[in-house]
Design a protein around this ligand. Structure first.
Ligand SMILES: C[S@@+](CC[C@H](N)C(=O)[O-])C[C@H]1O[C@@H](n2cnc3c(N)ncnc32)[C@H](O)[C@@H]1O
Length: 235
């Protein structure tokens, strides 16, 4: 980006949980290891996107490396991008311990990361887009489209409010409670912060934004009430 306008969103400022703090990063990793099986989830993404040893993938908002560290063994190069240096350091340390050498670490984000080199085969963006208000989600998704090869794929997972739900308040309560049942009270507290202070949106808004950014939606799945996975293909 040549010149950043004064009104541009500051994505380095955290909405919700402050992932610039190493204690938050370690706590996040420990809770999420209880919530999901990183290796199994990554395998499912790799299969869903038909990635292989020739693939280049951008993990936008890589966090502690839930996807990147496992995908590195199956793909050619993973670009691990995050606005939090603490997250990147945590991911890098684990990669070094495991002898993984094909991850490129990039301090940047959905609105500022500049992908240099060949356009990517795929972008994986898990639980990140809700950090941006809707206007900026569209900016981010359009930028994602620009980083991909023709027919490149974007796998987007996030907390999304489903428009067809009769009682959305009940669905939100149930999702928050499930975080305590599956993991611990602290994750439920963070789920409250998520709904209160972060920018999850309705499915119909998100789908409009995805389509207007140059993607077709190839599939959409909801799990646990509010957890949406979209696979999107660059038009
Ligand atoms: C809920 S965590 C998800 C991390 C990882 N994708 C995972 O599956 O565990 C959200 C991550 O997004 C990062 N993040 C927040 N805003 C971002 C932005 N605008 N661009 C890129 N990453 C962002 C945070 O630093 C954090 O690492």
């Amino acid at each position: 980006m040549t010149k950043i306008p004064v009104w541009y969103y500051d994505e380095m400022k955290f909405s919700g949980v402050d992932f610039s703090r190493m204690e938050e990063v370690a706590a996040y990793d420990s809770m999420h290891r209880k919530l999901r099986d990183y290796a199994r989830t990554t395998e499912a993404i790799i299969r869903r996107l038909s990635l292989d040893s020739g693939s280049t993938v951008i993990d936008l908002g890589c966090g502690t490396g839930a996807f990147a560290l496992h995908a590195a063994g199956k793909c050619r190069t993973i670009y691990a991008v995050d606005v939090s240096r603490a997250m990147l350091d945590y991911c890098k340390k684990q990669a070094e311990e495991k002898g993984i050498a094909n991850i490129v670490y990039c301090h940047g984000g959905l609105l500022t990361y500049e992908h240099i080199g060949e356009p990517a085969d795929a972008i994986v963006c898990v639980a990140v887009l809700h950090h941006l208000p809707d206007f900026w989600k569209q900016v981010a998704l359009t930028r994602c489209c620009g980083m991909l090869k023709p027919k490149g794929q974007l796998l987007l997972f996030d907390i999304v409010f489903p428009s067809g739900t009769d009682n959305l308040h009940q669905a939100i309560d149930a999702w928050i409670s499930s975080m305590e049942t599956m993991v611990e009270a602290r994750l439920a507290e963070e789920a409250v912060i998520h709904v209160k202070d972060e920018f999850s949106t309705y499915d119909w808004i998100l789908e409009g934004l995805i389509q207007r950014s140059g993607f077709d939606i190839s599939s959409k799945e909801f799990s646990n009430g509010l957890q949406a996975t979209y696979v999107c293909t660059k038009r």
